[in-house]
Design a protein around this ligand. Structure first.
Ligand SMILES: Cc1cc2nc3c(=O)[nH]c(=O)nc-3n(C[C@H](O)[C@H](O)[C@H](O)COP(=O)(O)OP(=O)(O)OC[C@H]3O[C@@H](n4cnc5c(N)ncnc54)[C@H](O)[C@@H]3O)c2cc1C
Length: 501
């Protein structure tokens, strides 16, 4: 089956392309797309393989979770993005095997040969050895996770609206967010706005002041990777939005309706109907697979340690970019951060480097340009540290909005997002507060390892509470009625808890 240059051999688009070297790019995220684009004018044939047929703009996933924008605003079909490029063929499939000796990869049970291979499969979430927490606390890595979070947030409010007991309503209005990095802070601000606005305007029984949002982090401050002044400003903004920050807190245990957080002052028990996980990231599994066949090193997060040209040591024809690589050939020796800009710059460099090699021209040198970092805290305020220049509040937000509109692919997305943001700014209304999808359908999936096609979930009616929420509510009512809550009760006797495993 594995023929040299498998796919384009079938229907070579042009005679000239038939003889051109074959570049296989795995992953149509920031790095993969920019590698494709940088090879636009090169005499190469590119096969771009991704297990999803769209590019996902992860930085705005939290806006999908909180109903500010919808899925189409943050995802762009790969065929639209690069499929029209003369020398690109887009294929839907999951790459499972890399065979460096034969210079081929395997996907969808087929082999595909390459002259140059670019691996850019990104990263997924990790629960630090507690995979069992995944069902209780959705991570935020793929589109379906964001929609699951939105589902849980909205469903908890729907249930609270029908609950006569004020204490139970408070429980349903409590959200715990684990991780106070940019994603956690952005999520906390957006959840606060969503719940307070919706409760004030669209629900009749809910008291916005009874909303409780707790941000938990092992560090002493929020946004630890940013300067202290930025952290302090962000914390002030979050506190003004009514968000509690539990610092030096590590999640010890999680079960439906309850999170136990270890702190230097002892364990803190938080009862919450909704828990969201933004704490851990690990590289795509393909990194480990590559290490197994090339003997290359990976770091603790599973990222492949690469050479200055992003190649794998001893394999100049294999490059690794974006969140999947550990690139430490920087001026300060620190690895490039797992962010969009480094991934984009790496992809562009790799594309240009391959083009130079093929054209027998002088090869470029990679120089990372660090724009800085930013985090949005609510619909009109953000913090930004741009090469030492620090911005907060409204100016921070304008910069944040500008940068994200530049980064997101597609004019249509830019226009649509601009309109929705301005609308939200003026009215506080949310355009996408839809309860859709089957409960917990995609909880076992993860960007790094999700298989394609996805398995259809078996679940109850769309209008019934998620199994996770139901389990949390059952747990809470056991607590109220004084029934002792043991691990055994959750693990073995509680039907709804069993349903979410
Ligand atoms: C919630 C969230 C918020 C973020 N916010 C910001 C932010 O504000 N600013 C910022 O700079 N960065 C942010 N990031 C980080 C940024 O999104 C990533 O660093 C960036 O997406 C990495 O790009 P990549 O190309 O390496 O991988 P990705 O963009 O993740 O793309 C990887 C692609 O590979 C595909 N794939 C995976 N495995 C396979 C396989 N085996 N076969 C085929 N295809 C496969 C996936 O479907 C995906 O399309 C955020 C990330 C998250 C999760």
């Amino acid at each position: 089956m594995a023929g040299e240059h498998f796919f384009l051999e079938l229907e070579p688009p042009e005679e000239r392309l038939r003889r051109a070297p074959h570049v296989v790019i795995v992953g149509g995220g920031f790095a993969g797309i920019h590698a494709c684009k940088a090879l636009k004018d090169a005499d190469v044939r590119i096969t771009l393989i991704d297990k999803r047929n769209f590019n996902l703009f992860q930085p705005l996933l939290y806006q999908v979770s909180t109903g500010l924008v919808s899925r189409g605003d943050v995802a762009t079909p790969l065929r639209e993005l690069v499929g029209t490029q003369r020398n690109v063929q887009v294929l839907l499939g999951e790459v499972t095997t890399i065979q460096p000796e034969g210079k081929q990869i395997i996907f969808n049970g087929k082999a595909c040969s390459y002259d140059h291979l670019v691996l850019a499969t990104g990263s997924g979430s990790t629960f630090f050895g507690h995979e069992e927490w995944r069902t209780f606390a959705p991570p935020m890595k793929i589109l379906e996770h964001a929609e699951e979070i939105r589902r849980r947030l909205l469903m908890a409010m729907e249930q609270a609206e029908q609950t006569p007991d004020p204490e139970a309503r408070e429980f349903l209005q409590t959200v715990v967010i684990v991780g106070a990095g940019p994603s956690g802070c952005e999520m906390a601000g957006a959840v606060s706005e969503l719940m307070r606005w919706a409760m004030k305007n669209a629900f009749k029984q809910l008291d916005p002041d009874k909303t409780r949002i707790v941000l938990v982090d092992p560090g002493e401050r929020v946004l630890r990777a940013m300067p202290e002044m930025i952290s302090a400003s962000a914390l002030q903004s979050l506190t003004d939005d009514g968000i509690e920050f539990l610092s030096k807190g590590r999640v010890q245990t999680m079960r439906p309706g309850e999170v136990i957080v270890g702190t230097p002052d002892g364990d803190v028990r938080i009862q919450a109907a909704t828990v969201i996980w933004t704490a851990g990231v690990r590289a795509s599994q393909l990194g480990k697979k590559l290490a197994a066949v090339t003997d290359c090193e990976t770091d603790r997060g599973g990222r492949v340690i690469v050479e200055p040209d992003f190649s794998v040591p001893g394999h100049p024809d294999i490059r690794v970019a974006g969140d999947l690589c550990n690139y430490s050939h920087t001026s300060n020796g620190h690895p490039l951060p797992g962010m969009a800009a480094p991934a984009k710059q790496a992809g562009t460099f790799i594309g240009k480097d391959i083009a130079a090699i093929i054209a027998d021209q002088q090869r470029p040198t990679f120089r990372y340009f660090d724009f800085g970092s930013m985090a949005v805290l609510d619909r009109s305020s953000a913090v930004a540290d741009l090469r030492g220049l620090k911005f907060t509040g409204g100016i921070g937000w304008i910069l944040w909005a500008f940068v994200h509109l530049v980064l997101i692919p597609g004019l249509e997305n830019r226009i649509s997002l601009s309109i929705k943001w301005i609308f939200a700014l003026l009215t506080q209304q949310r355009a996408a507060m839809l309860l859709t999808g089957m409960p917990s359908q995609h909880m076992a999936l993860d960007a790094a390892d999700a298989h394609f096609p996805m398995q259809a979930g078996e679940g109850p009616s769309i209008a019934s509470p998620d199994a996770a929420l139901k389990a949390a509510m059952d747990y809470y009512s056991h607590q109220l009625s004084g029934i002792p809550q043991t691990q055994e009760l959750i693990d073995t006797s509680d039907e709804s808890a069993a349903a979410i495993r």
